[in-house]
Design a protein around this ligand. Structure first.
Ligand code: HEC
Ligand code: HEC
Ligand code: HEC
Ligand code: HEC
Ligand code: HEC
Ligand code: HEC
Ligand code: HEC
Length: 408
């Protein structure tokens, strides 16, 4: 059949190799410097609290909650300069930062040290977080006002940011209060955090919602590279926020010490589904959904890219398609010309033995009809990764950012 199943005459799809991913260097360099301090937090040298787990084989779900074998990620740059160059610009690297980080303060509009992002909610920067007060009655803060110290900012802001504070409960374990307000990039403003009730309830009322430790742990597990909860208490010294190298590549101390001799074959040998499911650890796997939820009529699943992708004929009928066919995890989306058509023409390129071309005769703008952006209930758009033929009434009007070339 085609080169994708036999032979290697042409570069295999399955690796991002499209054109136009040149990056304007200056803007990025500036941003890179600003972000690096956060995305390359040096690994702490505290002891391994999970000495029993010395397995060299890599399972990210272990990696995130054990200490042993982690390398200082600033070392990766020495030998992998090209792959690390733009990494700190990715959503992954920036997805969890302290609430006092300048990017978080900017989203909270706190340039002056305090702000009132929505009426009745006053924010003030303190050394270890942002104090949120819900002012009842007149504008003077008093003791009856509920307050919450926001310590963490989840989300890079490419879509949205949500803040959270941690609390120690009576058993000494860490709970999490998720802030009621989320900052949405699309509207450059605040609205209620997804999943929180329209009418506030519970002790924190206007400030947010309390999550118990298992849920708190899950938030950190998907938004960081390493985090530990000894006795249920968040150990901040173990926390490496953001999804960085060793979240996807496993613990690398042995690799660094052996100057790259000790390697991990996971990504080279993974089957198509193993590969997608590894990304699906956080982006969600299809087998985590109830079968009746997986339907083109359920817009909620567009948030879960692996779920849609593996339903697509492109996936089931090309043995090599994975997430990396269209994404380079080492670069931000903005550096991948991600709205072009090169993703599609890697395969639908008109060669007689390749997959068919568009039966409606189109040679441009593939995403709009086959992989459109879908607006969620909250002002966030997701790209529907279930690549398929849609009826005319399912095709959204061209969104400004998909109508032509990407502007930024
Ligand atoms: C540890 C959890 C985790 C894993 C594993 C993971 N992701 Fe993500 N991914 C995230 C989070 C969290 C975000 C949101 C980033 C933000 O805040 O904008 C994200 C965002 C993204 C984005 C869009 C934002 C950007 O600029 O990068 C892409 C594309 C993506 N992931 C692809 C992948 C692929 C491909 C894999 C597997 C190779 C993968 N992810 C594995 C958690 C993960
Ligand atoms: C199973 C893994 C997982 C868990 C648990 C999780 N997240 Fe996420 N989160 C993600 C991924 C993946 C994305 C990126 C979604 C995308 O862009 O496709 C994300 C995105 C976000 C965003 C950015 C908005 C967006 O949709 O891109 C915020 C804010 C966020 N998460 C906060 C939280 C908070 C707070 C918790 C705990 C209450 C939490 N997350 C729990 C995986 C997870
Ligand atoms: C979201 C997951 C993810 C993150 C984060 C990530 N990588 Fe990767 N990396 C991958 C995947 C998947 C591949 C395999 C790509 C392929 O098969 O085309 C890969 C491949 C590589 C390779 C082999 C390249 C080659 O051409 O064979 C190196 C080296 C590497 N990554 C280093 C890093 C470093 C250093 C970082 C941190 C700066 C990092 N990666 C962050 C997912 C990730
Ligand atoms: C002293 C040099 C050196 C340092 C430091 C280094 N690497 Fe490597 N790395 C190599 C070499 C050499 C290879 C190629 C090995 C091969 O393919 O046989 C490699 C290959 C890889 C690969 C692809 C093969 C595999 O094992 O998955 C990944 C991923 C990778 N390195 C990640 C990292 C990360 C993450 C860091 C930082 C924690 C890092 N490397 C630090 C030299 C280094
Ligand atoms: C056929 C190409 C293709 C494949 C394969 C693919 N993506 Fe995407 N992905 C895209 C396009 C196109 C976008 C929109 C890019 C943009 O908005 O800049 C996108 C956007 C995303 C985003 C940003 C949020 C959103 O939904 O818009 C995430 C996260 C993401 N992809 C994750 C994944 C994961 C995980 C996989 C593997 C299960 C995957 N993608 C496979 C083409 C692809
Ligand atoms: C890795 C190769 C590959 C890539 C990349 C790819 N496709 Fe496909 N696609 C296929 C194969 C194989 C089929 C099955 C049809 C065939 O065998 O001729 C298919 C089928 C389709 C179909 C028909 C779906 C159906 O249910 O009948 C559409 C529409 C489509 N692709 C659009 C796209 C678009 C749009 C993109 C880019 C976002 C894309 N494809 C990227 C390989 C690919
Ligand atoms: C304006 C909407 C639109 C655009 C743009 C578009 N398509 Fe299509 N495509 C369709 C429709 C409608 C069909 C179904 C036609 C039919 O069955 O008669 C289709 C069918 C297909 C099929 C299935 C062909 C078959 O014989 O089963 C593939 C593959 C495909 N398109 C790929 C692409 C690619 C690749 C691009 C970009 C180069 C693209 N399309 C752009 C609307 C569009």
């Amino acid at each position: 059949m085609d080169h994708r199943q036999h032979g290697e005459e042409r570069p295999r799809p399955g690796r991002v190799s499209g054109p136009g991913r040149g990056v304007p260097a200056i803007g990025l360099l500036v941003a890179l410097c600003a972000a690096r301090a956060v995305s390359y937090l040096p690994g702490p040298s505290t002891g391994d609290t999970s000495a029993g787990d010395t397995s060299a084989s890599f399972a990210p779900s272990d990696a995130v909650e054990t200490m042993g074998g982690f390398a200082d990620e600033s070392r990766c740059i020495e030998c992998h300069a090209e792959l690390t160059e733009f990494f700190s610009e990715t959503g992954h690297a920036r997805t969890l930062i302290p609430a006092t980080h300048p990017d978080s303060l900017a989203a909270l509009q706190m340039e002056s040290g305090s702000s009132e992002p929505v009426p009745g909610l006053q924010l003030e920067v303190l050394p270890d977080g942002v104090l949120a007060r819900h002012i009842v009655g007149d504008q003077t803060p008093d003791r009856s006002d509920s307050q919450l110290l926001l310590q963490w900012c989840f989300g890079s802001g490419d879509h949205a940011r949500t803040w959270a504070g941690t609390l120690t409960d009576s058993r000494g374990t860490t709970d999490l209060v998720e802030f009621r307000q989320t900052h949405y990039h699309a509207i450059d403003g605040f609205d209620i955090t997804p999943g929180q009730p329209v009418s506030p309830d519970g002790y924190f009322q206007e400030l947010g919602m309390l999550y118990d430790r298992p849920k708190a742990r899950r938030c950190f597990a998907c938004h960081s590279t390493r985090v530990m909860f000894p006795d249920g208490r968040l150990d901040e010294s173990s926390l490496q926020p953001g999804v960085t190298c060793q979240r996807c590549h496993g613990r690398r101390q042995a690799h660094v010490e052996s100057a790259g001799q000790i390697t991990d074959s996971f990504w080279k040998t993974a089957t198509q589904l193993e590969s997608v499911n590894r990304c699906g650890q956080c982006h969600r796997r299809a087998d985590e959904q109830k079968p009746d939820e997986i339907s083109p009529d359920n817009p909620d699943i567009v948030r879960f890219q692996p779920v849609g992708l593996i339903q697509s004929a492109c996936f089931t009928r090309s043995p090599e398609m994975t997430c990396m066919t269209c994404h380079d995890p080492h670069k931000p989306l903005s550096a991948q010309n991600s709205l072009g058509i090169w993703q599609c023409t890697q395969c639908h390129d008109g060669t007689p033995d390749g997959p068919v071309q568009c039966a409606a005769g189109h040679r441009q703008d593939c995403l709009r009809c086959h992989m459109p952006r879908v607006r969620q209930r909250k002002p966030i758009d997701f790209t529907d990764h279930w690549i398929r033929i849609r009826k005319a009434n399912e095709i959204p009007d061209p969104a400004p950012s998909q109508a032509g070339e990407k502007v930024d």
